[in-house]
Design a protein around this ligand. Structure first.
Ligand SMILES: Cc1cc2nc3c(=O)[nH]c(=O)nc-3n(C[C@H](O)[C@H](O)[C@H](O)COP(=O)(O)OP(=O)(O)OC[C@H]3O[C@@H](n4cnc5c(N)ncnc54)[C@H](O)[C@@H]3O)c2cc1C
Length: 300
């Protein structure tokens, strides 16, 4: 038996071997992930991280996988997915949500309790941890607008509470201390009529339905450039509908690359690089990636 699996069983942490990357990311590409850890509690997460460090196995935390592309050749380290940390509670106009809570569930709970400020999150297929690190946002609002504090597991194994003001939030960006894991987030919200909140959520959902593709994707491919949405440049390249392998530059929203069936991560980046080159040639703008490409550690 694999030594790491054996040690994981000895210390009581949950791990799976050779899990298809396609099941872990919203674009549904990527080869096998050697180890997938699914801790059910903070205690188990701590034991997992200690175990991986002691065995010298590289590890990466993942949430909903909606901003990630995994390598086609597989990932030779460990992914630690926090989906099972999914507690959530409401108290005095505040919601406290664990890292693995899905944003649509968070937005729905806020609406049911007449708490406004998270309507924009209802259509984002992320989990609280990943969305906080990326400061997810839409329709002119972002998570940091309503975020009060974050409980993290720091690199030295201690649990700390960080106030929002210390986290350097910007549009789709933050400056969390390196190596820390988001465990739990507290949101401060405004009281409002649940019917009005739900109506706003329906409008946002409808806008998404009309403007964004339904096929698997990793959300927006490129960041804004000098404050201008990347789609403004991409639209003018005439490359909409460009298809390489199973990946296509969406005909519905040109800052999305969709998986038309069986797309490899390499297909995604061949489409993306073609777009980047054309935008650079035509407009002198080098687009930066919004999506994150994960590289495999050499081997473990
Ligand atoms: C259809 C679609 C629509 C989208 N719409 C939007 C939108 O409107 N607005 C928007 O902002 N984004 C949008 N996205 C992109 C994506 O949802 C966001 O980038 C989101 O913040 C990623 O969250 P996640 O949980 O999926 O994180 P992942 O993709 O799993 O991870 C993202 C990063 O966060 C890190 N991370 C994850 N969890 C933790 C944790 N607990 N502690 C520390 N680090 C962690 C990972 O290591 C990784 O570096 C969309 C994506 C899709 C597929």
């Amino acid at each position: 038996m694999d030594g790491l699996i054996l040690r994981a069983a000895q210390v009581g942490v949950t791990v799976k071997r050779d899990v298809s990357g396609k099941t872990l990311t919203s674009f549904k590409s990527g080869g096998k992930v050697k180890y997938l850890f699914l801790p059910r509690s903070v205690k188990e997460l701590k034991r997992t991280i200690e175990l991986l460090a002691s065995c010298d196995v590289s590890c990466k935390i993942v949430g909903g996988g909606s901003n990630l592309l995994l390598p086609d050749e597989g990932y030779a380290g460990a992914l630690v997915k926090l989906t099972r940390l999914s507690g959530i509670g409401v108290c005095d106009g505040e919601i406290t949500a664990d890292a693995g809570v899905k944003l649509p569930r968070l937005a729905k709970l806020a609406a049911e309790n007449g708490l406004s400020g998270l309507e924009f999150a209802c259509g984002i297929p992320a989990e609280v941890g990943g969305a906080t690190v990326n400061n997810a946002g839409a329709f002119g609002q972002m998570l940091s607008d309503v975020l009060k504090e974050v409980v993290v597991l720091s690199k030295d194994g201690r649990i700390k509470i960080l106030s929002a003001a210390r986290l350097g939030f910007g549009w789709h960006a933050s400056s969390f201390p390196e190596g820390c894991v988001v465990l739990c987030v507290k949101f401060r919200l405004q009281k409002d009529d649940p019917v009005a909140i739900e109506s706003r959520m329906r409008q946002m959902t409808e806008r998404r339905r009309l403007t964004q593709p339904r096929e698997p994707s990793a959300g927006s491919v490129f960041r804004r450039a000098n404050g201008v949405p990347a789609a403004v440049f991409v639209e003018k390249t005439g490359l909409k509908g460009l298809k390489i392998g199973g990946a296509e530059l969406s005909t519905k929203h040109c800052n999305f690359i969709v998986n038309k069936g069986g797309a490899a991560t390499e297909d995604f980046f061949r489409v993306a690089e073609t777009v980047r080159k054309k935008v650079a040639d035509d407009f002198g703008v080098l687009l930066q990636y919004e999506v994150e490409r994960i590289c495999s550690p050499k081997s473990n």
